[in-house]
Structure formats: C-alpha cells, structure tokens
Write a protein that binds this ligand. Structure first.
Ligand code: MN
Length: 242
C-alpha cells in the first residue's frame, strides 16, 4: 500500500467567465510518485466536515506553493505590496496544518505551504521582502527569468537539525520564487536553514513527527536539476504510515 499524500490545490482560472479550476502543477504530483507515494489533489471545499473527512483518509499532507496568505491571520493589515490572496485556500490549509501539527500527521510545506504552516501555528510573515528587508538576492529571481530550476542563492542548513541528516552537505544552491518570508517563527517550528542574507528558507517541527517547511521549490528540482531533493520527498513519504 502506498501512502496517500494530499496535495493542496490552488485556484486557477482559464477564462474570467468560467468557474474556477482547482489543481496544481504536475511537478508536485511527480515528486510524490517518485518518492513512492500516491498523490491526491486535495480540493478546496468551504465545509470543515468535508475537509476533515478527506483529511482523515490521508497519510500525509503536502501544503503546496501559491499566492500570499491573508495577513489578518497574523494580525496585520495588508501592505500595498501584498499579492493576491485566496480566502478559501487559506481557510482549508490552516485547518489542515493545525490538525496535522496537533495529531502528528506528517506535513511538508513548500513555499506558500511553509508560510501557511508557520501562520497556522502562530507565526507571522514579511509581506514583501524587498520592502521590509534588505535582501542580497532577488528572492523571486527564478520567476523573473522564467526558469523554475534557476538557482538564485545558497541555502545553509543547521548541521545539528533533523533535516540535515538526509542531505550529504549543509550548503548548496537552490531556486527561489517567493516575495514573502517567515518573520516570527511559530513556537512549534524551528528555523534550520537560511539564505546567506538571513532569509529563513527551512523550518522543522520540534516534536517527534515529520513537520518540515521549505521556502524554495524542491518539487521543481528533484527531477533532474538537483536529485538530492528526492531524499526529502522520500523521507517524507516514508514517515507517512498507511
Ligand atoms: Mn529564497
């Protein structure tokens, strides 16, 4: 039996007048399959009982990338530089993140997913890195050059972290497609990876369960650009017990 991994959907529109589409990029699906999991595209349903019924059937949760998180969840007014938000997606993913953290169901947050995890557990975000920090890098640089595998900056991983054990090196280049980043870190999370300019790029849970957030997009790298990220997906899926 392959562990069932829920990948949270984004909301997309092909035409303005058509109903929205829930889905996500194939790279997330491919990464879960390559790691031995069975991917399930988790729909955005505005009914907690339905979301719970689906969540209960999952062995692990992958909070995927996407738009900005509504800053009201961390008690801030929106800045002018805030990008689009998705109220329904925020609601659904915050339920999932809190349940997974409480119950020890393995959870992997990628980009927005890491930010949702942090906010769901009581942390906050910089709404716009260029406005609020003095970054050394263009953290959405892979976007700017329209290449998901374009490496923008290095990540340095804390050697004593749990996650460091799955990589054979503690510093290597990564892609970067984000304009927001973690500010206050939620009490249940610990920063364990940084860009050279100090932006938090990796967090892990402080309890015994698999709870990892990564700010870059390993799902776009694990295929050919940097196969070492396969180890992260493999480790995640291995922790998801059927
Ligand atoms: Mn970055």
């Amino acid at each position: 039996m392959k562990p069932l991994i829920g990948i949270t959907c984004g909301t997309f529109r092909d035409r303005e007048w058509c109903p929205p589409i829930h889905g996500h990029r194939q790279t997330y699906i491919d990464s879960v399959v390559a790691a031995g999991g069975a991917p399930f595209l988790f729909p955005l349903v505005d009914d907690q009982a339905v979301v719970r019924a689906l969540y209960d059937r999952l062995d692990g949760v992958l909070l995927a990338g996407g738009c900005d998180v509504d800053p009201s969840y961390y008690g801030e007014a929106p800045m002018e530089q805030l990008g689009p938000v998705d109220a329904l997606r925020d609601r659904v993913e915050i339920w999932l993140a809190r349940w997974a953290a409480e119950e020890g169901k393995p959870v992997l947050g990628i980009c927005r997913g890491m930010q949702v995890l942090n906010v769901a557990l009581g942390g906050s975000l910089y709404q716009d890195i260029p406005t609020q920090l003095t970054p050394q890098y263009i953290h959405d640089g892979s976007y700017a050059c329209e290449d998901w595998t374009h490496m923008v900056h290095d990540i340095r991983i804390e050697p004593s972290s749990k996650i460091a054990k799955i990589f054979d090196t503690s510093s290597f280049p990564i892609n970067s497609l984000h304009h927001q980043s973690l500010k206050a870190i939620a009490p249940q999370l610990k920063p364990v990876g940084w860009a050279p300019d100090g932006v938090v790029e990796l967090v892990e849970g402080s309890n015994g369960h698999f709870m990892v957030g990564v700010q870059c997009h390993p799902e776009a790298l694990q295929g050919e650009a940097d196969p070492r990220w396969r180890k992260l997906f493999k480790h995640f899926v291995e922790q998801c017990h059927v």
